[in-house]
Design a protein around this ligand. Structure first.
Ligand code: ADP
Length: 396
């Protein structure tokens, strides 16, 4: 008997979903709803056993979008009512939620209270939870938090140097995000190396559209680049990452903008997009090869920030055994990995250029046998990590 788990990842305008059999860990269905909350018709793509099904209609809110997901399951299978649990990707758990949590009314109320910390991410997640609970009321729903893995960061790492009372009142601290991925990939890296995770000093580079690094000592996170929000840290597709905090006030004053407008500039119009007009690293590479100077500089800024954090983390870890690249850019952009690892020669990292340049979907070592640091590429699988978390939490 399969043990299907439905996974929902509700963004502001999209819903990604999967049904995974927790026993075999095989994907039973995968789909995507786009243009939720849009005045124009949206699309839904549903895939079962390699066969794709598409539909298009209006999705005024997440409720209609989830209803469309259920219709897809009802029409094309598998049977959604066989789901034994639903796992909801939930971006911000604040200080309240340190681990995966079974959702009840009180949890939903707490999530609503936390929305101020993640105004772009938590409200669509809550809408998805409400809609899914109405449709599947008899199975446990669990919230898997992006922040949970980093709940045990040391206080020196998570504390901002601001007024303590303010920090307490408004729950201001470093939270870190992509925790599910950092936890999963660091576990996979240890397994790949045939080592116990407790023996390893690791850095995980999760480089996707959003990007973050973590320093993990013996399986425990001791540093990460994202902060109160996912804006801090690395240069990202459209997010600036670290800037002088005075920039907000300066831009507001000079441009006559309110805080929301400045926030939009830094979140949506910055990063690689702001520097060279492209967010996708494939386009960035093409423009770079065509000799575009702004793109060359953008790539250098991207690498500079990344290498700076790696050096910082090696100091905090007091050494380094393993650096792992993951997510869309980390898994696919060989030139990014090459530019980074070439800067780490002082620490004894040596890249095997041939293996690095070879495309593969498998976990692999891209350092040479005599490299003093293991450099790996491990595909992340946040869905599988969510399934395992969901099963562990409901005790099935
Ligand atoms: P997210 O989940 O944050 O949206 P992903 O981890 O899926 O992001 O990564 C998406 C990014 O990965 C794309 O924007 C692109 O920059 C990068 N990417 C995907 N495929 C390739 C590739 N073949 N070469 C270089 N970069 C790639």
């Amino acid at each position: 008997m399969p043990k299907p788990i439905l996974l929902l990842n509700c963004g502001s305008s999209s819903i990604k979903y999967q049904m995974i059999d927790a026993d075999t860990e095989g994907v039973m269905a995968v789909g995507l709803v786009q243009k939720v909350g849009d005045p124009t018709p949206g699309t839904i793509d549903h895939e079962v056993d390699g066969e794709e099904f598409h539909d298009s209609t209006y999705f005024p809110s997440h409720t209609e979008a989830i209803a469309a997901v259920v219709k897809m399951f009802n029409t094309h299978g598998p049977d959604i009512t066989e789901a034994v649990a639903v796992g909801h990707r939930t971006v911000h758990g604040g200080t309240e939620f340190n681990s995966t949590t079974i959702i009840d009314r009180a949890v939903i109320n707490k999530l609503v209270e936390l929305s101020g910390l993640a105004p772009l991410h938590n409200p669509p997640g809550i809408a998805g939870i409400r809609a899914a609970r109405e449709i599947l009321p008899h199975v446990p729903h669990v919230a898997v938090f992006d922040t949970a893995f980093f709940a045990e960061l040391p206080a020196a790492a998570y504390t901002y140097a601001i007024d303590t009372e303010l920090a307490k009142k408004y729950q201001i601290r470093r939270y870190g995000f992509h925790g599910t991925s950092h936890q999963y990939v660091s576990g996979q890296a240890a397994q790949f190396l045939g080592k116990d995770i407790s023996e390893l000093k690791q850095i995980v580079c999760h480089l996707g559209n959003g990007a973050s690094l973590s320093a993990i000592d013996g399986g425990h996170p001791i540093e990460t680049t994202m902060g109160l929000t996912p804006l801090q840290g690395l240069v990202m597709g459209t997010r600036c990452g670290d800037v002088d905090p005075g920039l907000h006030a300066y831009l507001g004053r000079e441009m006559g903008l309110d805080v929301a407008e400045v926030d939009t500039i830094l979140n949506k119009r910055s990063g690689m997009l702001g520097l060279c007009g492209k967010t996708d690293m494939r386009d960035v590479e093409a423009q770079m090869l065509a000799g575009d100077e702004a793109t060359q500089l953008a790539a250098e800024v991207y690498i500079h920030r990344l290498v700076g954090y790696i050096g910082n983390y090696i100091a905090h870890l007091g050494g380094i055994d393993c650096i792992t690249f993951t997510a869309g850019i980390g898994e696919n952009a060989a030139w990014v990995r090459k530019m980074v690892v070439e800067k780490l020669g002082y620490f004894g990292a040596v890249l095997d250029e041939e293996v690095n340049a070879t495309r593969s979907k498998q976990p692999r070592r891209i350092s040479t046998p005599d490299s003093q640091v293991e450099v790996l590429v491990i595909p992340t699988n946040e869905e599988l990590a969510m399934v395992r978390e969901t099963i562990r939490t409901i005790g099935a």
